[in-house]
Each structure stands twice: as structure tokens, then as C-alpha cells.
Write a protein that binds this ligand. Structure first.
Ligand SMILES: [Cu+2]
Length: 135
């Protein structure tokens, strides 16, 4: 039997989506890598990401790079709020995932999953592809 959910229930089940996820492969077995992509929130309520993790890394943090006075600095972002119908874009030079201590050697083309925890307790899964930098 198919149950048609009332609109309010659909809105409650609405979840942000992670798209175009990729991880920059750093040559030389660096113990830290950066992940990028976008998180689309096509829902009528805001979404707040409070943590991220992956079985492929010992730890994952959300960071933001900012150039202040010509010096690039990064800081941890404890909470990332995405407005209704908004998106968070993770890209080189801005927001990124800091992926620490990979548990295995990653190759270009491998795919792995990163889990994002929302403040409301839900979890989002995103697929990330390992890529060699273009330059
Ligand atoms: Cu960082």
C-alpha cells in the first residue's frame, strides 16, 4: 500500500544533499588532505552541520580559509548553518573539509563516503572522489 504523506511530513523529511564531492590528492603521503564540494539545502528550514567523519580518516574537521593582510589562515568552523534554499560551497581558498590521517593510501579515482551530522541529530552521507590537482 502506498501512503501519501501530508506536506508537513514531507518538509520534515527534507534533507540537504551533498554534490560534486572531491578530495585533493596531495603527493608524498601527506597526513592531511582537503575535501571540497557543495551542500545544497533545498528545504524550507535551515540546516546546521555540526560535525563530519569518515571511516577513511582518523578525523575530519570543517575549516575555513581566509586571507587577512595577505596571509592565508584557516580556522575550524564548529557549526555551518545553511539557509533554506541555500547552499554551502566548499572550495579551495574557502570552506573545506580537513581530512586527517588517512587510514589507507588513496589513489586518484577512489571514492569514499563522508558523513555529516546535523544539529537535529540526522546524518547526511556524501560521496567524495579522490582527484589529482590539475596543475
Ligand atoms: Cu583546513
Amino acid at each position: 500500500m502506498v501512503l501519501l504523506l501530508p506536506l508537513a511530513a514531507c518538509a520534515r523529511e527534507c534533507a540537504p544533499q551533498i554534490r560534486d564531492g572531491w578530495i585533493r590528492l596531495v603527493p608524498g603521503g601527506m597526513s592531511m588532505q582537503a575535501g571540497f564540494g557543495r551542500i545544497d539545502n533545498r528545504c524550507p528550514m535551515p540546516a546546521t552541520i555540526v560535525s563530519a567523519s569518515s571511516p577513511a580518516y582518523a578525523s575530519v574537521e570543517l575549516h575555513e580559509s581566509k586571507t587577512i593582510g595577505g596571509v592565508s589562515r584557516m580556522r575550524a568552523v564548529p557549526e555551518l548553518r545553511i539557509a533554506p534554499d541555500g547552499a554551502a560551497v566548499l572550495q579551495p581558498g574557502g570552506l573545506h573539509l580537513m581530512l586527517m590521517q588517512p587510514r589507507a593510501t588513496l589513489k586518484a579515482g577512489s571514492r569514499l563516503v563522508i558523513e555529516f551530522k546535523l544539529k537535529d541529530g540526522r546524518a547526511l552521507l556524501g560521496e567524495f572522489e579522490v582527484r589529482r590537482p590539475a596543475n
